[in-house]
Design a protein around this ligand. Structure first.
Ligand SMILES: CC(C)(COP(=O)(O)OP(=O)(O)OC[C@H]1O[C@@H](n2cnc3c(N)ncnc32)[C@H](O)[C@@H]1OP(=O)(O)O)[C@@H](O)C(=O)NCCC(=O)NCCS
Length: 315
């Protein structure tokens, strides 16, 4: 196996796989501040997935996580020497072929100028450009960027309900008028939203014990009008996986109240930064994050590809 090939990670020599994963892990950790044990493949047995075996080394690859129903290709990644040579396209085509009968999601971070988006679009994936935003506590944001509600927000925060309550319907309704809501199958129905929230609070997006910081916002009558799914991804770092407020309750400080909680939730440990991904085309939310003092740190991409019949998978 000395020529270039894309093979199952289990078939490549273990030392070469470990050398690649060390680079993979270092780059993700430096850029996202995610804890070592939250990065797929960083600990334990070699992860499932496919890798580029070239010249006796592993030049990159992608990991497979998630359930069989919706596999997630985590961060296709190439070591620096193998970037800019078209291998991202090869990996994207391989991923599309591999996932021909299953719905697949893919998340990429542009570690350098190489943008994986066009390769995934060519391989049949829908694609949205995303931004990784960070709000540092030490950055002294302007007063307008305070996450503290002005006056009394018409809501109070409650712990995440056991079993998720009826939050699928809330998330579905809140995203109806957003680009994410219109393009992503995640938001397509209340049931899908409920499944997605369940996955998040059970440890999706690399998070553990996500319900500890997550909250719902309820109005005076006790009706849920907003939600926050957030988790600690590294010491003093909280990642916001979801924040949403029903349309009729927007502009009143409910979103700000939820964000203030994310920043202050882990105050005993001194939360220093909030991180999140937002869809670049989601103009409204991007402006809201900017107003709350979040700045863009990295370009990212998120793709999805519906499962296809096997006969259509011979591409
Ligand atoms: C984004 C969202 C959570 C904001 O919630 P909200 O409760 O309306 O926000 P707040 O009322 O706390 O907003 C705080 C301030 O930002 C302002 N603001 C609200 N929406 C804004 C927007 N789209 N752009 C810029 N500023 C905005 C508010 O007027 C308020 O101004 P103030 O500083 O004068 O008090 C809500 O609009 C939403 O759920 N959108 C759909 C789901 C979504 O897009 N989620 C993010 C996914 S990436």
């Amino acid at each position: 196996m000395d020529t270039a090939a894309i093979v199952d990670i289990a078939r490549a020599p273990r030392p070469a796989v470990q050398r690649w994963l060390a680079v993979y892990e270092r780059e993700w950790r430096q850029r996202l501040w995610w804890n070592r044990n939250l990065i797929p493949g960083a600990n334990g047995p070699p992860p499932e997935g496919r890798c580029l075996f070239v010249g006796g080394e592993v030049g990159g690859g992608y990991l497979r996580t998630g359930s069989n129903r919706a596999p997630i290709l985590e961060g296709p990644h190439l070591v620096p020497e193998w970037r800019g040579r078209g291998w991202v396209s090869q990996l994207a085509t391989d991923a599309a072929r591999e996932s021909s009968r299953r719905t697949t999601e893919v998340m990429t971070i542009a570690f350098d100028a190489e943008d994986a988006g066009p390769a995934f679009v060519a391989a049949g994936f829908g694609w949205l450009r995303r931004e990784f935003r960070v709000r540092e506590r030490s950055a002294s944001p302007p007063p307008s960027a305070s996450v503290r509600p002005r006056g009394q927000a018409p809501a109070r925060l409650m712990p995440w309900p056991a079993g998720g309550g009826d939050l699928g319907a809330l998330l579905h309704a809140a995203f109806l008028d957003t680009p994410d809501g219109q393009s992503s199958r995640l938001y397509r129905s209340p049931t899908r939203c409920a499944l997605y929230l369940d996955r998040l609070v059970r440890g999706g997006e690399g998070a553990l014990f996500a319900t500890a910081i997550s909250r719902i916002a309820v109005d005076e009558s006790g009706r849920a009008i907003g939600l926050l799914v957030a988790c600690s991804t590294a010491p003093r770092t909280v990642h916001v996986a979801q924040v949403a407020v029903l349309a009729e309750a927007r502009g009143l400080g409910v979103g700000r109240l939820l964000m203030a909680h994310a920043l202050e939730a882990g105050d005993q440990s001194g939360v220093r930064r909030l991180t999140l991904f937002n869809t670049a085309s989601q103009g409204a939310a991007a402006a809201w994050y900017a107003r709350l003092g979040f700045r863009v740190m990295l370009d990212a991409g998120w793709g999805w590809r519906a499962g296809r019949p096997a006969s259509d998978g011979q591409r």
